[in-house]
Design a protein around this ligand. Structure first.
Ligand code: ZN
Ligand code: CU
Length: 487
C-alpha cells in the first residue's frame, strides 16, 4: 500500500452512503478516486484536511434538477455545491436543451431558456459542449419528451402522428447512444398533455437497449394522481425499464393525506417492477404560472414575469390588486411567468420523505428572479430540519437517500458511496450545524455547516466559498468504475 496521496482527509466520521453505521477513519484520494479508507496515520498528501468531529459523506446527487443551462451559465454551480451536491441529474420534466434549435420555445421549455439556450441540433453536441467547458459538478443527462415534441411536431395540441412518433423515437435513440441516462416526460404541461400513453411508449422504446430509465412528471398530482401512477407503471412494464416518479406529491386540500394511498401503491408496484421516486422537503411547489393551479393553492408567489419583472417575489393576489385585475386576469397579464404554489400537506411531505425508495431531488429553478428556496436549501434542510431536528430518519438513511440510492437508481457506476475505487466525490459537514438558510423571503442563501465539497478529488467549495475549480464530468450511462466516465 503506497501511502502518498493527492488528498488525505483525516479523522472523519465516515457515513458511506450505503446506510452502514458511521465509523471513524481517514480517506486517501489519488487520481480523482478514493484509493484507501481506514486508519492512514502514515499517509502523506499534497492537501490534508483535518475533519475531526465532522461527517465525511459521498457528495450528494441531486436526483431532480433543471440545471441544464446553469452548468454553462454559472459553472461554479454555487446553488448546488454550497449545499454539498457534487452531481446533478438534468433534463427532467420533459425539458432538455437538446435536441432542439429554437429561439422561442413554448412554456415550460422557457424555464431554462434565455433566448439562446436551445441551439443543439443533436444530443451529442450538447454533451460535447458540457465536456469541453466543464462545471464544478458532474451531470447525468436525460432527454426530454417535450423537447422532442417541439423539435418534430407541426402543432402540439394533438397526439403525434406515426411519422412524428418514429422521428421522436429515432432522436431518443440518438440521445441514448450519445450518453443520456434516460428519457423524461412532463405530461402535466400543455405541450405534452395531448401525448397518448402509446405515443410515450413508442418514443421511449429504445430505453431498454441502452439500460435507460423512464422518468416522469406525471399528468396529474392532484385528484387523478392514482390514475397517473397507473399509467406510469404501465409504461415502465411495457418498456421493461425502471421508472422514476419525479417530485412525488399530492396537491390540493382535498387530496391531503393521500400519500398513504400513493405510497402503498408504489410499494405494491415495486414488488413486480422497478420503481422509485424523488421528493423535495417543502410544502410549496414551483413551476410556470398557470391559472388552474390557483384553486389548489392557499398562497401563490410570483417567481418571475417577462412582461412585469417588478412583481417577482410578490403574492399573486397583491399583484392582481396593483394591476386592478382579477387573479385570473392577472395570470394572463403576467405570463410568461413562474410561481410558487403553497398546495401540499406537511404530513404528506414527511411520509414521502421517509419512504424507503425516496431519493432527495431539489427541482430547483436556477434562472428564476426570486426562486423557490429548494434551489439552495434542499439537501441541508433534509439533513438539518428533517433528520437532526425532527428525527424523521437517522443520518445514515438521510445520506443514503441523497447518494447511494440515487446512484443505483440512475445507474451511476462508481458514484454515491465512499469505497476504495469509487470517484472521490466527498462532502464534509458538521452534523450539529448543518441547515438551510434559504427562505421564501431570502431564497438565495448558502446552507450552513458545509465545510468542504470535493468533486473527482478536487475541492470546489470550501467554508462558504467557491474554489474556482471545474472538475465536473458528464456521467454517461453504463460508464463503469475503473474507466473515465467522460469520453
Ligand atoms: Zn416537474
Ligand atoms: Cu422538475
Amino acid at each position: 500500500m503506497s501511502l502518498h496521496y493527492d488528498l488525505l482527509i483525516r479523522n472523519a466520521l465516515i457515513v458511506d452512503g450505503a446506510r452502514r453505521p458511521r465509523y471513524a477513519g481517514d480517506i486517501g484520494v489519488r487520481a480523482g478516486r478514493i484509493a484507501d479508507i481506514g486508519l492512514l496515520a502514515e499517509g502523506r498528501a499534497e492537501l490534508e484536511i483535518d475533519a475531526r468531529g465532522k461527517i465525511a459523506a459521498p457528495g450528494f446527487i441531486d436526483a431532480h434538477t433543471h440545471d441544464d443551462r446553469l452548468l454553462s451559465s454559472d459553472p461554479a454551480m454555487a446553488p448546488k455545491v454550497s449545499q454539498g451536491v457534487t452531481s446533478v441529474i438534468i433534463g427532467n420534466c420533459g425539458i432538455s436543451l437538446a435536441p432542439l434549435v429554437d429561439a422561442a420555445p413554448p412554456p415550460p421549455l422557457d424555464l431554462i431558456d434565455d433566448g439562446k439556450a436551445y441551439r443543439f441540433p443533436d444530443f451529442a453536441s450538447f454533451l460535447e459542449e458540457l465536456e469541453s467547458r466543464p462545471a464544478a459538478a458532474n451531470a447525468a443527462c436525460l432527454v426530454g419528451h417535450t423537447t422532442l415534441r417541439v423539435a418534430t411536431m407541426s402543432r402540439l395540441d394533438r397526439a403525434a402522428t406515426p411519422a412524428e412518433t418514429a422521428r421522436m423515437q429515432a432522436l431518443a435513440r440518438e440521445a441514448l447512444a450519445a450518453g443520456a441516462v434516460g428519457l423524461s416526460t412532463g405530461t402535466y404541461y400543455p405541450p405534452a398533455a395531448h401525448a397518448t400513453t402509446e405515443e410515450i411508449i413508442a418514443v421511449a422504446r429504445p430505453l431498454k437497449d441502452y439500460g435507460g430509465r423512464y422518468v416522469t412528471h406525471m399528468r396529474d398530482e392532484g385528484d387523478r394522481v392514482v390514475e397517473s401512477m397507473e399509467e406510469t407503471f404501465r409504461i415502465g412494464r411495457e418498456l421493461g425499464v425502471p421508472v422514476v416518479i419525479s417530485h412525488h406529491k399530492v396537491v390540493g386540500p382535498r387530496n391531503h393525506g393521500r400519500s398513504a394511498q400513493t405510497l402503498a401503491l408504489l410499494a405494491q408496484a415495486g414488488a413486480r417492477q422497478s420503481v422509485c421516486l424523488d421528493c423535495y422537503p417543502y410544502t410549496a411547489s414551483s413551476t410556470i404560472l398557470r391559472a388552474e393551479r390557483t384553486a389548489l393553492s392557499s398562497r401563490i408567489l410570483i417567481t418571475w414575469s417577462k412582461p412585469h419583472p417588478q412583481f417577482a417575489g410578490m403574492e399573486l393576489a397583491q399583484a392582481a390588486a396593483k394591476l386592478g385585475l382579477s387573479q385570473e386576469q392577472a395570470v394572463a397579464a403576467l405570463s410568461p411567468a413562474g410561481a410558487i404554489y403553497f398546495s401540499m400537506d406537511e404530513g404528506d411531505v414527511q411520509r414521502i420523505l421517509r419512504f424507503d425508495e425516496t431519493m432527495i431531488g431539489s427541482d430547483g429553478l436556477p434562472h428564476d428572479a426570486k426562486p423557490h428556496p429548494r434551489l439552495w436549501g434542499t439537501f441541508a434542510r433534509v439533513l438539518g430540519h428533517y433528520c437532526r431536528d425532527l428525527g424523521l430518519f437517522p443520518l445514515e438513511t438521510a445520506i443514503h437517500k441523497m447518494t447511494g440510492l440515487t446512484a443505483r437508481n440512475f445507474g451511476l457506476k462508481g458514484r454515491g458511496l465512499l469505497q476504495p475505487g469509487y470517484w472521490a466525490d466527498i462532502t464534509i459537514f458538521d452534523a450539529g450545524e448543518i441547515g438551510d438558510a434559504a427562505s421564501f423571503d431570502a431564497p438565495t442563501q448558502a446552507a450552513r455547516g458545509i465545510d468542504w465539497v470535493i468533486v473527482n478529488g478536487v475541492p470546489v467549495w470550501r467554508k462558504g466559498e467557491s474554489t474556482g475549480a471545474r472538475p465536473g464530468r458528464v456521467l454517461r450511462a453504463g460508464a463503469v468504475a475503473g474507466r473515465a466516465a467522460s469520453g
